[in-house]
Write a protein that binds this ligand. Structure first.
Ligand code: IPM
Ligand code: MN
Length: 352
């Protein structure tokens, strides 16, 4: 019996999560696993009502679950940073979800802005370090608001944090069994402290994986190849900020935020799965948002829970929806409503 915490969150979050749960229910009947869900009202509305971003007990509470399913965090009436830091980053850090796994996969029938590229060319994963780097909030300001103001923001990279992330990337390449290649995306020519550590750890770990080819690209060059030669990539491993930036680029090449999913993974603990787009407040309650990213996040959750068959089936169902049904991945242009897309995927799973 899996225990799943559901945080619908803000804007269109709850709507897309509902479709993911619809698919989960059908998959559980089909493949005979059991689960229960508990809803949490964490997000912008709760914050505006109570003044509290998260209850004190949030981390301990979440540790009771096998997985967390998250819709979206972000509210137009809340100052930027409060909910992102107070909920999303707080959970990632507090639960030590040290991997942010973001597949960049072009499903059949999905339009990519990359000329002459198809599903065979765009199929790799980004392993983003998720608990360190510039995201830890190390630094400070001096003489704020004066002409002499100083702002310092430091990137924290620990040998342990870097190494476990790199090792995860190598394991991932082995499991994918595709090109058997891991590319370290860094900036060794300028960030000579941080990426010196990354580079040394990378080639040391690589020695433990003689079946995998280690490869290196600077982050600026990485963005070039992601557009020009995405087929060169199998697994990319990188730090928190570079990973944040390149995965938005990756998401655009795979058809946009409507289809891009990610997992905040603690391989030894509780992981959290989310569509990587935001709360899209302007589409709230209109039944037009694309739920496939959230369904993809559910697919990743099944994979991580070890429900491999269910994960494969949901993946096929997404490919069926994109390949044979949806006209576009964009909100309001799919040719179907949010709930209808959920129905299409769920029906495919039921009929399989
Ligand atoms: C993401 C988001 C977050 C991040 C923000 C909302 C804090 O952009 O999940 O990529 O920067 O990690
Ligand atoms: Mn981001």
């Amino acid at each position: 019996m899996y225990k799943i915490a559901v945080i619908g969150g803000d804007g269109t979050g709850p709507e897309v999560v509902k479709e993911g749960l619809k698919v989960l229910e059908v998959a559980s009947h089909k493949l005979g696993f059991k689960y229960e869900t508990v809803d949490y009202d964490w997000g912008g509305e709760r914050y505006l009502r109570t003044g509290e971003v998260l209850p004190e007990s949030a981390i301990d509470e979440m540790k009771k679950y096998d997985a967390i399913y998250l819709g979206a965090i972000g509210h137009p009436d809340v100052k930027p940073g409060i909910l992102e830091k107070g909920i999303l980053l707080y959970l990632r850090f507090g639960l030590d979800q040290y991997i942010n796994l973001r597949p960049v996969k072009l499903y059949p029938g999905v339009e990519t802005p990359l000329k002459d590229k198809g599903p065979a060319d765009i199929d790799y994963v980004v392993v983003r370090e998720n608990t360190e780097g510039l995201y830890v909030g190390a630094g400070g300001t001096l003489k704020k608001g004066t002409p002499d103001e100083v702002a310092i923001q430091e990137s924290i990279n620990t040998r342990k944090g870097v190494e476990r992330c790199i090792r995860y990337a190598f394991e991932c390449a082995r499991k994918r069994n595709k090109d058997k290649k891991v590319t370290l995306c860094g900036k060794t020519n300028v960030l000579t402290y941080a990426f010196d550590l990354w580079e040394r750890a990378f080639y040391e770990v690589a020695k433990e994986y003689p079946d995998i080819t280690p490869d290196y690209a600077h982050v600026d060059a990485t963005t070039m190849w992601m557009v020009k030669n995405p087929e060169w990539f199998d697994v990319i491993v990188t730090d928190n900020l570079f990973g944040d930036i390149i995965t938005d680029l990756g998401a655009m090449t795979q058809g946009g935020m409507g289809i891009s999913a990610g997992g905040n993974i603690n391989p030894e603990g509780v992981s959290m799965f989310e569509p990587i787009g935001g709360s899209a407040p302007k589409y709230t309650g209109m039944n037009v948002i694309n739920p496939l990213a959230a369904i993809g996040a559910m697919q990743m959750m099944l994979e991580t829970l070890g429900e491999t068959k269910a994960a494969e089936l949901v993946d096929k169902a997404i490919a069926y929806a994109t390949g044979e049904k949806l006209k576009s991945m964009a909100a309001g242009k799919m040719g179907y409503s949010t709930t209808e897309v959920g129905d299409l995927v769920a029906q495919f799973v039921a009929d399989a």
